[in-house]
Design a protein around this ligand. Structure first.
Ligand SMILES: [Ca+2]
Length: 363
């Protein structure tokens, strides 16, 4: 009996290892992943927008089917003799063409839209707002909800997600811009909806920090898992106006954190190991919780990589001309199966039909 027990124990140990060891993208080949057809039965990219300057970002859809995205007009490359631009938010109405929704956008990067059609914007640096704002798309009202943590302004809010309780999670990291660095570490923060009749900014908590430049951020459909893109992993204390001293010793790639009822993260689990050579810049989920990652650079090439909630690679997409995606998001309503893809460097936004349905908040 003993050899059988030992063998069974060994099998269990190997299975446990297989479940916990994260996938490394350099180990995958060019062959299509096993479930490619299920996710992308007839991939055909349609160009939605072209001619943007800098980075396109922040794809989010509203209940009427309108799709919003941002244009991050970096001062290096997008300024001219007339001055520095301040970013744009675009909107594509159902069946329509893109038009500017807001200019300047205060250098908005990541966007999210809740079930009440409130547009949450992570406003970044490089002559931006360096804060988080909420715009009621139905009334047009605009409010700043986060500006400081411990009396220091944020460096550059980058990506944002919202849960069913109305809590906002956002990443703050220093990438570019001339502003004074005030937050001494790159971090992830949680904003809790204020009490009734409260005034001013929302209560803010720093929930993750000092592990990496944390960039892309998303929640599972049930709101119980927080996914964070760890880029340039390692200790990253920031000096004033100095370059971050990244030691690249930490875990990089896609990291999942269980959230408790109060929105506090538990022990991290690396779902995808990018071997310190890539960055999950933006991501979204479908109704089954599968993750669509925008990887502008990766050991296996730029593209959209689709993972199950357990971290198994099930599909991947390469953009036309091998362009680099930085953000993804599904449409809503009749377009709930359409995936929008924003790019860096070429100023384009694409869309394509998928075999899945995107997750959208329902309350
Ligand atoms: Ca991002």
């Amino acid at each position: 009996m003993r050899p059988m027990i030992l063998l069974a124990g060994l099998v269990l140990a190997l299975q446990a290892h297989a479940q916990t060891a994260p996938m490394r993208l350099s180990q995958i080949g060019d062959a299509a992943p096993a479930r490619q057809q299920e996710f992308f039965p007839a991939p055909s990219f349609e160009l939605v927008h072209a001619g943007g300057c800098g980075v396109m970002e922040g794809i989010a859809s509203a209940s009427d089917g309108s799709v919003y995205f941002t244009e991050i007009t970096r001062s290096v490359g997008c300024s001219d003799a007339a001055g520095v631009q301040g970013g744009r938010i675009w909107v594509v109405p159902p069946g329509g063409t893109p038009r500017i929704f807001r200019e300047p956008s205060n250098m908005a990067a990541g966007l999210a839209i809740d079930a009440q059609d409130r547009l949450i914007a992570a406003e970044g640096a490089d002559y931006g707002g360096r804060r988080v704002s909420v715009t009621d798309l139905r009334s047009g009202s605009y409010r700043v909800v986060a500006y400081f943590h411990e009396n220091r302004q944020f460096n550059a809010p980058n990506d944002v997600a919202i849960d069913r309780a109305g809590r906002i999670f956002f990443s703050d990291l220093r990438l570019f811009g001339p502003e004074t660095i005030e937050q001494r570490i790159n971090a992830v923060y949680r904003l809790d909806p204020p009490e009734a009749n409260a005034k001013g900014l929302w209560p803010v908590s720093r929930i993750l920090g000092n592990d990496a430049k944390m960039n892309g951020i998303e929640l599972s459909p049930d709101g119980r898992t927080l996914y964070v893109g760890h880029c340039d992993p390692g200790t990253n204390a920031l000096g004033e106006q100095g370059k971050p001293a990244l030691d690249r010793t930490g875990a990089g790639g896609l990291v999942a954190y269980p959230l408790d009822a109060a929105g506090r993260p538990g022990a991290p689990r690396v779902l995808l190991d990018l071997e310190k050579a890539g960055c999950v810049d933006g991501m979204t989920t479908d109704v089954d919780g599968n993750l669509y990652l925008a990887l502008p650079s990766a050991p296996s090439g730029p593209g959209i990589y689709v993972l199950t909630p357990d971290g198994a690679l099930v599909a991947r997409l390469t953009l036309p001309n091998r362009e680099s995606p930085v953000n993804v998001g599904f449409g809503r309503g009749p377009e709930a199966g359409t995936l929008y893809v924003a790019t860096v460097g070429v100023g384009k936004v694409y869309r394509l039909r998928t075999g899945k349905v995107g997750f959208a908040p329902s309350r």
